[in-house]
Design a protein around this ligand. Structure first.
Ligand code: HXC
Length: 257
């Protein structure tokens, strides 16, 4: 399958999705959104694939929603047309998705990265929510996800001043999982994705659901949700296989059932 604004490669069990609008620093126009919806849908439906990596170019993960496309929109277009609702597809993806960020991840680009399950950043990465400078605000969940990831003080400052945050600060603040040299970004992200993809697909989906529930529920309910998913995995062949393989000192052969 080929896409107008994406380059998609499969590496054994890992799908690498590269945003590819270099002339606009990967600004997220409606074509990018539609292409991402299709690519993530295909990835999620393909049993041979266990983890996806979304990346951009060395200069820009994505410099935001496409300002030229948005400039003349009306309230009826945005609210009436539910403008960015298509990005809910990123959140709906049941298999893990890693963002590999090099260069600018601004506005919708930062928000797209934060929708992924975790972010690996090149040392060149720059995160920001500069919408305030355009007379608007984050609109793809940025104010909410950033506040949950790094707290009110930094989020408020980032969203009110529109300043950028470098990779080291983003790592110290807890926005990114890991910072790697820019030259190693794709290799490191693929290595991490291969590790994720080598686990039981059932346990992997369970981890994704339970960690995400932490942001939606009180602690006691979240702990109970975790325990019930944990209990449920004892009904899977993969649990028997994983524990038998450990005891026999061999690699597990996951069946996904
Ligand atoms: C459309 C964009 C763009 C964007 C860059 N370009 N960002 N086009 N939408 N978000 C285009 C430029 O117009 C230019 O095209 C080309 O990409 C290269 O950009 P330059 O500005 O020349 O590059 P540089 O000087 O290196 O500056 C890089 C930059 C700057 C600092 C990232 O481009 C920038 O500030 N971009 C906008 C960042 C931003 O405000 N993002 C938030 C968008 S609002 P031409 O044709 O002129 O050469 C948003 C809303 C989210 O994301 C909420 C709902 C989703």
């Amino acid at each position: 399958m080929s896409y107008e604004t994406l380059l998609v490669e499969t590496h054994d069990r890992v799908t690498l999705i590269r945003l590819n609008r270099p002339q606009a620093l990967n600004a997220l126009n409606s074509q990018v959104m539609n292409d991402l919806i299709a690519a993530l849908g295909a990835f999620d439906a393909d049993d041979s694939q266990g983890c996806a990596v979304i990346t951009g170019s060395e200069k820009a993960f994505a410099a935001g929603a496409d300002i030229k496309e948005m400039a003349e929109l009306t309230f009826a277009d945005t609210f009436g047309g539910n403008l960015f609702a298509g990005y809910d597809r990123v959140i709906a993806t049941r298999k893990p998705v890693i963002a590999a960020v090099s260069g600018f991840a601004l506005g919708g680009g930062c928000e797209l990265a934060m929708m992924c399950d975790f972010i690996i950043a090149a040392d060149s990465a720059k995160f920001g929510q500069p919408e305030i400078k355009l007379g608007v605000t984050p609109g793809m969940g940025g104010s909410q996800r950033m506040a949950r990831a790094i707290g009110k003080a930094k989020t408020m400052e980032m969203c009110l001043t529109g300043r950028m945050m470098g990779a080291a600060e983003a790592e110290a603040a807890g926005l990114v999982a890991r910072v790697v040299p820019a030259a190693d970004l794709i290799a490191e992200a693929l290595k991490s994705a291969e590790a994720v993809a080598s686990m039981s697909p059932l346990a992997t989906r369970a981890v994704k659901e339970m960690v995400n529930v932490a942001f939606e529920t009180p602690l006691a309910q979240g702990v109970l949700f975790e325990r019930r998913l944990f209990d449920g995995l004892f009904g899977s062949e993969d649990q028997k296989e994983g524990m038998a393989a450990f005891i026999a000192k061999r690699a597990a052969d996951w069946k996904g059932r």
